[in-house]
Design a protein around this ligand. Sequence first.
Ligand SMILES: Nc1ncnc2c1ncn2[C@@H]1O[C@H](COP(=O)(O)OP(=O)(O)O)[C@@H](O)[C@H]1O
Ligand SMILES: [Mg+2]
Length: 347
Amino acid sequence: MVSHAIEVRNLYKIFGPRGGDYVDAVKNGMGKAELNQKYGHVLGLRDINISMPAGGIMVVMGLSGSGKSTLIRHINRLIDPTAGEVLYDGVDVCRMNENDLREFRRHKTAMVFQKFALLPHRTVLENTVYGLEIQGVAPAEREKRAKQWIARVGLAGFENHYPNQLSGGMQQRVGLARALTNDADILLMDEAYSALDPLIRVDMQTVLLDLQKELKKTVVFITHDLDEALRLGDKIAILRDGMVVQQGTGQEIVLNPADEYITAFVKEVNRGRVVNVETIMAPLSGNPEGMPVRSGTVLEEAARAMTSANQTLAHVVDEAGRPLGALSLSAIIAAMVTSASHETKAA
Ligand SMILES: Nc1ncnc2c1ncn2[C@@H]1O[C@H](COP(=O)(O)OP(=O)(O)O)[C@@H](O)[C@H]1O
Ligand SMILES: [Mg+2]
C-alpha cells in the first residue's frame, strides 16, 4: 500500500470574525490571553510546523484546550486555516476546490471518534459499510469488504448486532472497522480511546499497532495521555496554548524534555519502555560478549531477554548482525531507574 506524509506548514488559526487581521500581531508575539482580552478573538493554533510521517503514527498530545482537535480538523479541512498550509502528496488541502476536497475526504481520509458515532438503528455490518455506500460501491462488494475488516478487528460473529448490544471497547472496534473499510490512506483519530476503560484502552492500542504493522496508514492520533502517546507514536508533538512546545520521538522527549512543563509530564514515565539499548550501550572493547540484542530494542525488553537467557552481558547488533556496542544487565537496570540525561547534566 502506498503511504504519504502530511506536511503542516506555518499553520495559524484564530477564531473570530476577523481572525486574519490578527495574524501579524500573533506573529509578533501576542499570546492567547492578550488576543482574547484586547480583540475578543481566540488563538487556536500558532505557527504549527509538523512533518507527519508517511505510513507512521503521529501522536499529537496536550491538555484540554491546547488545540489538538483544531489541528486534526485542518487535515481534512473541517476547519479552514487563518494562514498556512497542509500538504498531502504535495497538494495543499486548504486550497482544494470543493470537488477535490470532497474526493479527498471520501477516499483519502477516515475518522475515528471518541464517541464512536455509530448509527444506533444500524447493525455492526450496516454501520461498517456506510462509507462504501456513500461511495456507491455495489452491495455484495461492500459487504464482503466490511466483513473482512469486522473480522480483522476481532468482531466476527457480531455483524448483526446493534451498537447498544456491544460494550464500549467493541463499539470502538466497529468505529475502527468502519474507518478501515473506507481504505483511506489517512486515519484521523481524535481522542478515539480516551473514553475507554484503561485495560480496554490498552487492548485497542494493541489492535491498532498490530494492524499498523501490516497496513502502514498515515495515522494522526490525538491523546492527552503520555503513556498512550509513547506506546503508539512513531513521532509525538506536544501542544500548549496552540503552539508546538516539543516534537520528536518518544525517547527524545523523555530523555530531553524541552521545558519544565514537559519535564513534569515525563517524570513518571517508565524509561524501560521508551529508551533504546543503543542509547546506553558502551563502546566495544575487543570481541562482543554475551547475547546479541537488536538495535531499537527497549531496555525493558532487553532486560527480560537477558534474564530469561540467564545472561548478564550482551551486545547490540544492527539489522545485518554487525556489533555496535556492549551492554550489561546492571547498566540497563541503572538506566531504567535513573533520571533523564539533562537532569544528570544539570546536577
Ligand atoms: N469554533 C470555535 N470558536 C472559538 N474558539 C474555539 C473554537 N473551536 C475551538 N476553540 C478554542 O480553541 C482552543 C483549542 O481548542 P481545541 O482544539 O478544541 O482543543 P483540544 O482539542 O486540545 O482540547 C480552545 O481555547 C477552544 O476554546
Ligand atoms: Mg479535542
